[in-house]
Write a protein that binds this ligand. Structure first.
Ligand SMILES: *Cc1c(COP(=O)(O)O)cnc(C)c1O
Length: 408
């Protein structure tokens, strides 16, 4: 194995060393808990340029709107604090429209349509429950169908006099079978005049959801786009205006500053000219490097798998047979995370005996360090007298207990 990158000391000016933080290598994807994504240079430069200047914020939002419109094909756009904030504000807008008094009254929804339908199989968590982002506005959540199957007639039956909006989530988190496709979902909602809000936080596709019937589509600015923490709303002018107006109400606590707007705007503009093929080629190189490192290792199967929601991104699925590898998949994940440098893998399905390596947030040469750390842990396990197997239940409860340990 090429040892390039192995144990490279953290540069002295790395802000993490000044703050006493571990220099994490992120092969888990775009995770808020790890700092989301590598912000693109264009956004870094724009953020730093605006921080010391005054602007007329309404005008800055107008410019951002034009850029969002340009990239999504929608009439208008709006930048807020996060995609989660965008869900709340889009729902609020569906209830209040442009009624400024109603905007100030939320979360009191007296006199407004205040029910929001969502498929049961879409009621996911992304660090917080999606349905809480809806309820924050004062809206009531009306789940549709069962977790594992939903029919158009169930959606039709759930929509009534008080329905303000229909929320549709596109994500690898949602149940991936038995759900109503967006086109059908939107058609049924539109039959009853109900607007469709699509949470597409992590999706690279900036135009397809509007084409499939979304009235508003929401993205994270800090995921694939590589912007600073922000959320992006796109849709028809009046609907987006109604979302923007929520800044005079519940949106105040979710506001984005000039740096967030300018950074998201720069990331969107950079997206247009980004070398997408070059990035894919680099990601492929990382995947190949890991495949090579894991080849012929007893009890380890490594396969390159496509993204479950068709984003142009492949990951390496590493399946572990503990009898042969002499370690469980979650013990490998935990040892990599505890190591030097810490390597954080994608372990949301680890109870099935596999984890993923996601190459989309790597700095140059970090793939070699990941390969070396994998080899080290697998070699160590093979030499161990006993199989390294923390009971999964124990790991689960320990992780849960650690939530309350902060700030110690
Ligand atoms: C990440 C994510 C969110 C939240 O996005 P933020 O911008 O981090 O608030 C919402 N929905 C889905 C499906 C996500 O993946």
């Amino acid at each position: 194995m090429n040892m390039q990158g192995k144990n490279t000391p953290m540069p002295r000016d790395d802000i993490r060393s000044r703050l006493g933080l571990r220099p994490v290598i992120n092969v888990s994807g775009t995770m808020t808990s790890l700092g989301a994504s590598i912000v693109v240079p264009e956004a870094v430069e724009a953020v730093s340029a605006i921080l010391t200047e005054f602007v007329e914020l309404g005008d800055l939002h107008r410019q951002a709107s034009k850029t969002i419109a340009d990239l999504t094909g929608a009439e208008a756009g709006f930048i807020t604090a996060s995609c989660s904030a965008a869900i709340s504000l889009a729902v609020a807008a569906a209830m209040t429209g442009p009624d400024l008094a109603a905007i100030e009254r939320l979360p009191d929804t007296t006199g407004l349509k205040d029910e929001v339908v969502i498929l049961s199989g879409h009621m996911v968590g992304y660090g917080a429950p999606v349905e809480q982002a809806i309820r924050l506005t004062g809206a009531k959540v009306v789940p549709v169908g069962q977790t594992t199957h939903a029919h158009a007639y169930q959606l039709r039956g759930a929509i009534g006099e008080k329905t303000a909006a229909a929320v549709y989530v596109v994500s690898h988190h949602v149940v991936d079978y038995g759900q109503i496709p967006l086109k059908v979902f939107a058609a049924v909602a539109h039959e009853r005049g109900v607007p469709v809000i699509v949470d597409a936080a992590s999706e690279y596709d900036l135009t397809g959801f509007l084409a499939d019937g979304a009235d508003l589509v929401l993205y994270s600015g800090h995921k694939f786009l590589g912007g600073p923490t922000s959320g992006i709303v796109a849709g028809p002018k009046e609907r987006v205006r109604d979302v923007y107006l929520q800044n005079r109400g519940i949106g105040r606590g979710m506001k984005v500053g000039k740096e967030g707007i300018v950074g998201a705007l720069a990331a969107l503009q950079a997206w247009k000219t980004r070398d997408h093929d070059g990035i894919r080629a680099r990601e492929k190189k990382a995947l190949d490097c890991w495949v090579e490192a894991l080849e012929k290792r007893p009890g380890i199967k490594a396969e390159i798998v496509p993204d479950p929601t068709n984003n142009p991104l492949d990951r390496l699925k590493v399946s572990v047979d503990p009898a042969e590898a002499r370690i469980t998949a979650w013990d490998i994940a935990d040892r990599l995370a505890a190591g030097d440098p810490p390597v954080i893998v994608r372990d949301h399905e680890v109870e099935h005996g596999h984890f993923y390596l996601d190459p989309c947030n790597l700095h140059p040469d970090e793939e070699f360090t990941v390969a070396v750390r994998l080899e080290e842990e697998l070699d160590r396990a093979r030499k161990s007298n006993t199989i390294i197997a923390t009971p999964f239940e124990e790991r689960l409860l320990a992780r849960e207990a650690s939530i309350l340990k902060w700030p110690d």
